[in-house]
Design a protein around this ligand. Structure first.
Ligand code: C2E
Ligand code: MG
Ligand code: MG
Length: 642
């Protein structure tokens, strides 16, 4: 309303003004005509006034129109300026204008809003007062000179400081405004707040280079850091130590206490490792329970020995998880640049090899890499290739070792033992290759082949009218932990038609203790099928008999290490005696392994051990020999008892 009134008033004024020009022009010409007539003595007639009056009017009109256009032009100019100012103020972008001295002459409302200031607090102040110290220096030393030279700058990264003290990241682009003499009079800048984008970039960077659980550098960043450490060590002719650390029995903790507990433990370990290192060292997590430490500038093996001891000690301190307190240990492998390797990959691989050697030494210890470790690995790799070939060429065969009932002297069962007919080395015992087969996963196809072949053989014996005997098949940890292990057993039993009640699976203590709840479930699943279960090599692991009562085992096989010297070593004798007594009281059948002499048998019989297996009774036999034994050898062996 007010604006309309003002506009009307303006139009009225302008029309009046026009008329005034018109009248003024006409009057001026009338005066001129009168003067002309008076001086030139021309008689004055009314008509004589007509032309000057018209001419005056016309020129008045021209001047008035000119004036009108001029006014219209300036009005539009004002209007556009007003619009620009409105746009400048209200656009949701940070805009600012500065004078050649860098003082703020205008800022957009969004600028004020973002920075948290009022207009009067900023106008007249130097722009760099709103910058961080670093950005201020950068602006004064680099950006301003460039701006005055080129007349513009684009996407300059600055840090601006809000009134609250909070720092924001911005990108600034500015363009200069010149006067007629080509001098810069002011500049207009567009500022984009990229704090969130920066934050997102940082998050992405974090995800790409850091382990989300522990916050430690991940494998990628570790490789990068090791590369840098090696480059620097090369320049300075120094050494770099790489420690490869793997927690012992972490899987068991994870399985028994749950993954959340496992995660907490890993965080603890990460924190403890960080507590052991210097600022210049790097601790990284490669995944799972594997950590690595880079120690640039180490001097001697002694340094690394001390350091490793310190780490082992710190890690072995108890960890509290709620009410519970538990212990963990680690095995550490160490390789040194440039002694053990010069390239990143080899250095890591060698530390990893050394870590496995530390595990072999009994865990909770460290081991320096050595050339013969490498040889062993190469040998292992060769063995792996040869094993693959052996599967392809069908070089495996089975032997069957009879077990004897100590009471009656009759064959009570047998154990299936794998053999490899090597083209050059002859018959090879599984002791030399089972571990590699486990590590490489080759045990899965080999194990299935063993079970199938043994079942087929037993079915053949049965069809031939030979007595049906319990048959024990060794199962390795890797096999047992396969998710489809039970399916595999079912499949083989179904395909071969073997009666599960005559099958016994032998598992070592290690397998049983690995993942207790799942093991119990799998064992129960097997048990309901009528399959027998035996715990093999008892006494070599860490399980206690009282613990074993939770598992549905039928038989316990005393490890041959204890049986070997029972007749001469009172300690072994006591152990075997105790195991037998306790196993009997738990309702388990006891089999003694590795019985080679009569004295051992006598000892076992006196302690009421149920069965025995060993060279004294029979060596592992090939299928045809076993057939012979099943046919008639039984009665001969009875004489062994007496
Ligand atoms: P194991 O299950 O404890 O088998 C008993 C081992 O003791 C066999 O060694 C057998 O030949 C040996 N042995 C039997 N009686 C005597 C004796 O009186 N004196 C001595 N000194 N040794 C005796 P083998 O056949 O070399 O097998 C070694 C290990 O390899 C086995 O120990 C078992 O753990 C593993 N193994 C054998 N066959 C298989 C298989 O098919 N699958 C898996 N996963 N492991 C197997
Ligand atoms: Mg066995
Ligand atoms: Mg055994």
């Amino acid at each position: 309303m007010l604006r309309d009134k003002a506009r009307n008033r303006e139009t009225l004024a302008r029309t009046g003004f026009l008329a005034l020009w018109f009248v003024a022009g006409a009057l001026l010409l009338c005066i001129l005509s009168t003067l002309q007539m008076l001086y030139l003595d021309v008689p004055i007639s009314l008509r004589a006034y007509f032309f000057p009056f018209m001419l005056g009017g016309l020129s008045g009109l021209v001047v008035a129109a000119w004036e009108f256009r001029l006014r219209e032009y300036s009005r539009r100019l004002e209007e556009s300026e007003r619009r620009f100012r409105r746009l400048y103020q209200n656009t949701p972008v940070m805009l600012h204008s500065i004078d050649p001295q860098g003082r703020l002459i205008n800022v957009s409302n969004f600028w004020l809003q973002t920075m948290g200031y009022r207009r009067e607090e900023v106008i007249g102040r130097h722009l760099t007062e709103f910058y961080s110290d670093k950005s201020r220096r950068f602006a004064e030393e680099t950006v301003f000179p460039e701006f005055f030279r080129a007349g513009f700058v684009k996407d300059i990264p600055y840090q601006m400081v809000k009134k609250t003290g909070e720092v924001i990241h911005v990108l600034l682009s500015a363009v200069a405004e010149y006067d007629d003499n080509g001098k810069i009079v002011r500049s207009l800048a567009v500022v984009i707040d990229v704090t969130e984008r920066k934050q997102a970039e940082r998050e992405i960077q974090k995800l790409a280079y850091y382990d989300t659980l522990t916050g430690l550098p991940n494998r990628t960043l570790f490789h990068d850091r090791l590369g840098q450490a090696l480059a620097q060590a090369r320049r300075e002719e120094r050494k770099v130590g790489v420690l490869f650390l793997d927690l012992d029995r972490f899987k068991a903790i994870n399985d028994t206490l749950g993954h959340a507990a496992g995660d907490i433990l890993l965080k603890y370990i990460a924190r403890r490792l960080l507590g052991c290192v210097r600022q210049s060292d790097t601790v990284a997590r490669l995944g799972g329970d594997e950590f690595v430490v880079i120690l640039p500038g180490v001097h001697t093996e002694r340094d690394l020995t001390e350091f490793s001891k310190k780490i082992l000690e710190t890690i072995s301190k108890p960890v509290r998880l709620g009410e519970k307190k538990f212990f963990t240990t680690a095995s550490i492998g160490i390789s040194i640049f440039p002694d053990d390797a010069k390239a990143v990959e080899t250095l890591i691989r060698n530390a990893d090899i050394a870590m496995y050697s530390a595990k072999d030494l009994g865990k909770n210890t460290f081991s320096f890499f050595s050339a013969d470790m490498n040889e062993k690995v190469v040998e292992k790799m060769g063995l792996e290739t040869r094993l693959r070939d052996a599967i392809r060429r069908g070089e495996f065969f089975l032997t069957y070792q009879p077990q004897m009932d100590i009471e009656t002297g009759a064959i009570s069962g047998m154990e299936v033992l794998l053999r490899w007919q090597h083209p050059e080395a002859g018959t090879v015992s599984p002791a030399t290759f089972i571990r590699v087969a486990e590590e490489t996963g080759l045990i899965i196809p080999i194990g299935e082949w063993v079970l199938r072949t043994a079942c087929e053989q037993a079915v053949q014996w049965h069809k031939a009218g030979l007595p049906r005997l319990r048959m024990g098949v060794n199962i390795s940890s890797r096999q047992f932990n396969q998710p489809d292990f039970i399916d595999m057993v079912d499949r083989v039993l179904q395909q071969t038609g073997y009666d599960p009640r005559f099958l016994e699976l032998e598992l070592t203590e290690g397998i049983v203790m690995e993942n207790v709840p799942e093991t119990i479930m799998t064992l129960t699943d097997l048990k309901v099928r009528g399959i027998h279960l035996a715990i093999d090599d008892f006494g070599t692991g860490y399980s206690s008999l009282s613990y074993l009562k939770h598992f549905p085992f039928d038989r316990l096989k005393i490890a041959q290490e204890f049986v070997r010297d029972i007749s001469i070593d009172p300690e072994d004798a006591a152990i075997v005696e105790a195991i037998t007594a306790m196993a009997c009281s738990l309702g388990l059948q006891v089999v003694a392994e590795g019985v080679e002499r009569k004295e051992q048998l006598d000892f076992l019989r006196a302690r009421r051990c149920h069965e025995m297996q060993g060279f004294y009774f029979a060596h592992p036999l090939k299928a045809p020999e076993m057939t012979g034994m099943l046919r008639g050898g039984l009665s001969q062996k009875n004489s062994l008892l007496h």
